[in-house]
Ligand binder design. Structure first.
Ligand code: NDP
Length: 328
């Protein structure tokens, strides 16, 4: 049977961490035969809460869960890690400017990138969930020069899953019969959910996209603003669906995407589809042999091009800001 995987979760005491950890320990992320060694990383003030979560994980008696450690030192939290879920980040508080947010998180992800560079396992895979996720991943990757850049990714799988759910609801097709949706760009309201290449049962996504009023007046804004709609309804931000998407992301990275389908991942651009090299931007990808491959050869019409370019421009301005602050 496979050797145990060391999984580090930052922000482990937060809502997404709480929703993710039990499923990871149950084997839903890396498969039912891979033993898990959990490392929970938190800031000092949240260590006690993380220890409480560790007690509950113990009490679940998960057969796959070998051990749990709680740390506030990144060098210990990332020691030997195979999979790092970087969920914790500094939330935007009242009166905080975008620059302040980028600065606070630039600091956190610089420290974490350096620690991963020094102490993680050679094959480490990193998924950034904490916002601004794409740019946090860019900062971490740039501070881990010995780790191949393509091991740093950011989460757009929740946006991808939301797009599938909206398309299912609109078309009447079952979720399982929808494939080849794509998210491009930033995990923000500028993201572009693309259905032009999708399959919807035995119909094509392009057929649905031809209804431009629905596409631009309903589908795209519903997917892009879903996070705010959930906060409005629930009084708290999405947590279980974000955790679910993080688990889907790592699951597919390690175990592969389904035949005839792809998923969406934000990763350092190799210059594909006109996205400047190095920007951590979302693309349609397949997972082959444990590595992401951008789906190539997709036709991008003017409608899609304009939207991809707008989201990429936002990523460039975030990159310029963290570069100006010396984080990359
Ligand atoms: P959550 O667990 O709800 O969210 C964590 C992060 O995920 C936030 O940055 C949030 O962004 C982001 N996120 C990305 N996608 C989504 C989505 N679709 N829906 C909701 N959130 C999303 O935050 P909590 O405040 O409950 O917990 C954060 C924890 O992180 C705290 O326990 C804190 O102590 C810890 N922390 C740890 C650090 C570390 O380990 N070094 C550093 C900083 C914090 P957004 O803010 O935009 O909602």
């Amino acid at each position: 049977s496979p050797s145990p995987a060391v999984v580090t979760v930052t922000g482990a005491a937060g809502s997404i961490g709480y929703a993710a950890l039990f499923r990871i320990a149950a084997g839903e992320m890396l498969g039912a035969d891979t033993p898990i060694r959990l490392r929970l990383l938190e800031i000092p003030s949240a260590v006690s809460a993380a220890e409480g979560t560790a007690m509950e994980l113990d009490d679940s008696a998960f057969p796959l869960l070998r051990d749990i450690e709680v740390h506030d030192d990144p060098k210990r939290g990332f020691d030997g890690t195979d999979v790092a879920l970087l969920i914790g980040s500094r939330p935007r508080s009242k009166g905080m400017e975008r620059g302040d947010l980028l600065a606070a998180n630039g600091q956190i992800f610089t420290v974490q990138g350096r620690a991963i560079n020094q102490v993680a396992a050679d094959g480490v895979r990193v998924l950034v969930v904490g916002n601004p996720a794409n740019t946090n991943a860019l900062v971490a990757a740039n501070n881990a020069p010995d780790v191949p850049a393509d091991r740093f990714t950011a989460l757009t799988r929740l946006d991808h899953n939301r797009a599938i759910a909206q398309l299912a609801r609109h078309s009447g097709a079952a979720v399982k019969d929808i494939s080849r949706v794509a998210i491009w760009g930033n995990h923000s309201s500028t993201q572009y959910p693309d259905i032009f290449h999708a399959r919807v049962g035995d119909r094509s996504g392009a057929e649905f996209a031809a209804d431009r009023e629905w596409l631009t007046g309903d589908f795209i804004p519903t997917v892009a603003n879903r996070g705010s709609a959930i906060i409005e309804a629930r009084g708290a931000s999405s947590a279980a669906s974000a955790a679910n998407a993080a688990i889907d992301h790592v699951h597919d990275w390690v175990l592969g995407t389904p035949e005839d389908d792809w998923t969406s991942v934000a990763l350092p651009s190799p210059g594909a589809y006109g996205v400047p090299e190095g920007l951590v931007s979302s693309f349609p990808v397949r997972s082959v042999g444990g590595a992401w491959q951008i789906v190539d050869g997709l036709e991008i019409d003017d409608f899609s091009r304009t939207r991809i370019d707008a989201s990429v421009a936002e990523l460039e301005s975030e990159r310029d800001a963290v570069r100006g602050m010396g984080f990359i």
